[in-house]
Design a protein around this ligand. Sequence first.
Ligand SMILES: [Zn+2]
Length: 187
Amino acid sequence: MSESEKKKLEKRTPCFRIEVSGTEEKKDEIFGKFASIRQELTKKNNKPMGNLQVIEALLQKWNEENDTSNTQTKEENTEAINQNDVWHCVKSVKSALKKVSTGSKSSEGKTWSFQLSDKVEPVATHMHWAIQNCNQDEKKLQKSLLNILDHYKNIHTDCHESARCKVDAKYEPSRIVITSPVAEKLF
Ligand SMILES: [Zn+2]
């Protein structure tokens, strides 16, 4: 071998070496994959790709995957915050409703109404249902929440088709029907 040929060979030697332990099979498997990634990169970029570029591509992929898992955690957090918001919102409605559903005998029909006395829990359930089934549609949610009063006034025109008041032909309201304008106003 001539000096120039030797130089040429030296030039082609990779600029770094990876020391690997493990069986020959394992090495073949890993380097086989490595080579195929390199081939693919070469095809994609239309120029020869070195080991360094393969590692770079793998690192990039690694980072992308880590980023997606971060985004997922963020989404999960948002979900948790939303759930928390829903809970607080329903809780405040419940406590407001409690105030107008009990009181002294003399103030009945003024600051509170007997017709609302059995509505706190079902209204809260109704709200949770409405929020979960609105598909993030604000208008749908608003309509659904406003309909709660109608439902308790025994008007079921806009109730959900799956609701018992729609499905059951013999449906009888299980709660006190709201007829008093005072109750309606307090509600
Ligand atoms: Zn209904």
